[in-house]
Design a binder for this molecule. Sequence first.
Ligand code: FMN
Length: 222
Amino acid sequence: MKVFAVNGSFRKEGNTDIIIDKLLEGAKSGGAEVEKVFVDDLHINSCQGCLECRQEGVCRQEDGLGGIVAKIEEADAIIVGSPIYGNYMTGQLKILLDRLMGVISRITYVPGGGIKSITRLNPKKRNVISVLTAGAPTPECADDTLKLLRRMLGSLTNGGFMEEVIAVGINAKGAIVFPKEEWILAARKYGVGDTESYAEKAMDRNRDVLERAYELGQKLAE
Ligand SMILES: Cc1cc2nc3c(=O)[nH]c(=O)nc-3n(C[C@H](O)[C@H](O)[C@H](O)COP(=O)(O)O)c2cc1C
């Protein structure tokens, strides 16, 4: 059982990273072999729009993309994470997804209208988890990102499950694991009246996210 995680955040040990690590910890506890990469470390060029991949399923640019495709193909579970930037995923992750589009899947037209994405990879069952983090207090800012991730990653599942972990109200690096004092300072900065209750709520919310991530990680390894 191999779990491959791709993090679109630039912050190592940032919020997305901490949640992904919790998922991987859960997966490892079930005996899975895990690997994580940061998209920013892969130095993948932007798509040049030649559309050749749509026909052949191969990108003509020679960079780190091929290695990532191989890791996705051999994985039994895939985790894709990103902070929300401007109500969307990070530019780095979007560049990777643009490059992957015609390589991992083929679009077919459905009779009567609409399109369907069919995998070009080994059609084995893969479980997929998306992890999104945001400073906003509510999750609507993740809607557009989820729309693309569900469509693209859905073509990889072949009967596996797709789940999402969305953490909101976390801006500072590592806020997902901030202790009470840090949340009280944040509450004062934002001019919140009841700093105690603000801190308690944030910590409860974050604890729930991390517990769920660990449990989902265990489920990945089942
Ligand atoms: C350039 C930039 C744009 C952002 N845009 C949004 C946004 O539109 N909505 C939001 O809720 N948070 C936004 N944020 C906050 C991040 O989503 C938040 O800090 C997240 O926890 C960062 O995750 P990380 O620690 O994994 O990098 C933005 C942060 C940056 C740096």
